[in-house]
Structure formats: structure tokens, C-alpha cells
Design a protein around this ligand. Structure first.
Ligand code: CA
Length: 228
């Protein structure tokens, strides 16, 4: 999951970004409304956490202008305490949900999970592919019932592939959503992480789940689609 966090209070933004990264989210931070809108139009984020009070352009205007372009990225608006008018206006401007400041960090995480579940395709917290289970809520991964310890980035990569199971996922997309990086075709970072995942998951032989499509990317599937 790649998230755009829009918050002009530097310390709050840093703390939130750090916490979200620990939860295996890829996070970009924007500190004002104009750069937020530019970033959101340029990058296909999985969700935007958007503060209401921002310099240069308010969260309200960012939300309204983004929706006017037909962009349907899930937006979680952050509003000041008791500002009922702001909350109503935010929802009317096209925000999917709001959170009143000050909020508990765990509530932010729960709301982001809820936004993902409410996305275009119903997306439960627990995804099963063959004998593999990936739980986005607890970050627990099991293969044939046995729990597997992964780092945050390994988990993020596996989760991204599992949520798109049966589809070929390109390296550029993986790079953008898991690392928040522009894809560098000369880097072997993704290959290195796929190798680590395969090793930890014991993923080899005809029953392997992560398959390479040469020149295209990776596919997580219990079926052999004629890939490597
Ligand atoms: Ca603010």
C-alpha cells in the first residue's frame, strides 16, 4: 500500500510517516495543498491521508479538485476537534472518511484498513492463496499453517502480490507501491526481495506460488500459467 500523507505540521507528519512505514506502508509526505494535489495527480496512491488545514490550498480544495478530475483514490480527511461543519463539507467534497484530531495512531491504521476493504473490489483483511495466508491486520503470514517471520518490506511485497493473486504484477508497479520509488530497471532490489520471500516461504518446485514472468513481472498463483 502506497500512501500520500498530507500534513503541514512537520513533527506530526514525521511521526505518522514513521509509524506507517513500520506497518509496511510505503509513504510519501506532502506539506501543503498544492504539492499534495500535484503528487496525487501524478502517482496512483492506494490512499491519501489529508489534513484539512494546509498552506497554499486547503484539504477541502485538494479533495474537491482531485474528485473533479475523476480520481477516486480513497481519502481520509483529518479535521480539527468539534468542527462539524468541516467534517460535513469534507465528506461532501468527496472524502471517504474523516478522523478528528487528536486521534490515536491505532485508529488511523484501522481506518486505513477499512478504506482498503471499502475499495472498488471488496478486499478482506485476510487473503488466502493456495496454502498461503496473508493477514493485513495482524501482519501474520502462514504457509500450510506454519507462521513465517517476515520483515516489514518483505511483508509489504508479499501482501501486494497476494492482493493481486492470479495477475501479473509489473516491476514498476511493485516499485511504486511497495517502495514508493520510481522504477529503476537497472536495480535488482525487487529480485533480491523475491528471492528472500521464496526462501522464507519454502517456495520452490511445482507447488511454488511466486512465479516470474520474464520481461513482465511476477505472479502469485497456485496454478502454473506457463511461467518460470
Ligand atoms: Ca494542518
Amino acid at each position: 500500500m502506497r500512501i500520500l500523507l498530507v500534513e503541514d505540521e512537520l513533527h506530526a507528519a514525521e511521526m505518522l510517516a514513521k509509524g506507517l512505514r513500520e506497518q509496511a506502508y510505503a509513504v510519501d509526505v506532502a506539506g501543503d495543498g498544492v504539492s499534495a494535489l500535484e503528487a496525487a495527480l501524478l502517482t496512483p496512491y492506494d490512499a491519501i491521508v489529508l489534513d484539512w488545514m494546509l498552506p497554499r490550498k486547503s484539504g477541502y480544495d485538494v479533495c474537491r479538485e482531485l474528485r473533479a478530475t475523476g480520481n477516486s483514490v480513497p481519502i481520509l480527511m483529518l479535521t480539527a476537534r468539534d468542527a462539524v461543519g468541516d467534517r460535513i463539507a469534507g465528506l461532501d467534497a468527496g472524502a471517504d472518511d474523516y478522523l478528528v484530531k487528536p486521534f490515536h495512531y491505532r485508529e488511523l491504521l484501522a481506518r486505513l484498513r477499512a478504506l482498503r476493504r471499502r475499495g472498488n473490489v471488496f478486499s478482506p483483511d485476510l487473503v488466502s492463496v493456495g496454502d498461503l495466508e496473508v493477514d493485513s491486520r495482524s501482519h501474520v503470514v502462514r504457509r500450510a499453517g506454519a507462521q513465517i517471520e517476515l520483515t516489514a518490506k518483505e511483508f509489504a511485497l508479499l501482501e501486494f502480490l497476494a492482493r493481486r493473486a492470479g495477475e501479473v504484477v509489473g516491476r514498476a508497479e511493485i516499485s511504486e507501491h511497495v517502495w514508493a520509488n520510481t522504477y529503476d530497471p537497472f536495480s535488482n532490489l525487487i529480485e533480491v526481495y523475491v528471492q528472500r520471500l521464496r526462501r522464507k516461504l519454502g517456495d520452490s518446485g511445482p507447488k511454488r506460488l511466486i512465479r516470474t514472468r520474464r520481461g513482465e513481472g511476477y505472479i502469485l498463483s497456485p496454478e502454473d500459467h506457463g511461467s518460470d
